[in-house]
Design a protein around this ligand. Structure first.
Ligand code: PEP
Ligand code: MN
Length: 343
């Protein structure tokens, strides 16, 4: 259940509500989202709480992730990044190299992202690599290169943050904080990105269930940050022909369970550039709000994830396909609406 508070409700009122719950043996969790979450509450108590000062309403929600649930927030959440809305019918395209390499290279790639119709530049500055001997990223210098590419192109930038201590620094340079697959259950990190108030792209842990993933999103929302974007990036299965298995099922399931926008990452989802465009198309057809892909001026030379990186031509073709699919779906929806008789 969620006790919705009147915005800016003071400490005296919130303490009184928490005390009233406690007297009835119930612990309420005060979130930063103008809401107190309670596991469950008998109807007479809910009525009593409803009448207390500072209470806007008591909403019955039977979900382990109430703030993320569709029941709490029936409309789709739109995340605003420098004026671009993520979560509309128009797919958001995020693209860039796996790792930020050099200033010239990131600016060249950023210009291509903009030219091909992309909306956000990606690039890793802190790389959580499976091997300690692989390139770990340029750190703050990489963030500075990304900020310079934003200056050059006007595109917002996204980059991964790997520890809670680094959140204030990374948040200074980027427009969206990426929480990587390996960090999805790093709870102090989730709380820190929640407190930052910045848009957060939360990647699915490669062995995480949809429920575990939504509970991770709930950690961010509970800090009062509503700007959460989910990203399906493939899960580990028994299949070895591809790097991961992009879970298309997750897209409609999430749309049913949550109001948060869902992006797909076919680069990590499948792991081979030849298959990436097909998975991007599948993601959009299944209802994803956008795509995040790895691209490079010369994929064979990319410092990380070279096998799954698209070249500029492949990227341009992918954007055209993704737009064609979403335009076709939008057109059909419009014509279906037009044909529906008004009661
Ligand atoms: C990345 O985006 O380059 C990355 C490391 O992704 P993931 O966390 O999904 O493996
Ligand atoms: Mn990568």
């Amino acid at each position: 259940m969620v006790i919705e508070l009147v915005p800016l409700t003071g400490e005296v009122e919130t303490t009184r509500i928490l005390e009233a719950l406690k007297e009835n043996g119930i612990t309420g969790y005060l979130t930063g989202a103008d809401a107190i979450v309670v596991p469950e509450m008998p109807a007479p108590l809910a009525h009593k709480i409803q009448a207390l000062p500072g209470v806007k309403g008591v909403i019955e929600i039977d979900s382990p992730f109430p703030l993320a649930s569709r029941a709490y927030h029936p409309e789709d959440t739109l995340v605003n990044v420098m004026g671009h809305l993520i979560g509309t019918a128009k797919p958001t395209i995020m693209a860039g190299p796996c790792s930020v390499e050099t200033y010239d290279n990131i600016v060249e790639i950023a210009r291509e992202v903009r030219r091909a119709g992309g909306h956000v530049l990606r690039g890793g500055a802190y790389k959580p690599r499976t091997s300690p001997y692989s390139f770990q990223g340029h750190g703050v210098d990489g963030l500075k290169m990304l900020a310079a590419a934003r200056e050059d192109t006007g595109l917002p930038v996204i980059s991964e943050v790997t520890s809670s201590d680094a959140v204030p620094l990374v948040a200074e340079y980027v427009d969206i904080l990426q929480v990587g697959s390996r960090s999805m259950q790093n709870y102090p990190l989730l709380q820190a990105v929640g407190q930052s108030g910045k848009p957060v792209l939360l990647k699915r842990g490669f062995s995480a269930t949809i429920q575990e993933w939504l509970l991770a999103a709930e950690y961010i929302l509970a800090q009062g940050n509503p700007n959460v974007i989910l990203c399906e990036r493939g899960i580990r299965t028994f299949e070895t022909a591809t790097r991961n298995t992009m879970d298309i099922n997750a897209i409609p399931v999430l749309q049913h369970l949550t109001h948060l926008p869902v992006l797909v990452d076919p680069s990590h989802g499948v792991g081979y550039s030849a298959y990436v465009p097909a998975l991007a198309r599948a993601g959009i057809a299944a209802g994803a709000a956008g795509v995040i892909v790895e691209i490079h001026s010369n994929p064979a030379d990319a410092w990380s994830d070279s096998a799954q990186t698209l070249n500029f031509q492949e990227f341009e073709d992918m954007v055209a396909d993704v737009d064609a699919i979403s335009d076709a779906l939008a057109k059909r929806r419009l014509s279906t609406q037009a044909k529906t008789p008004v009661a």
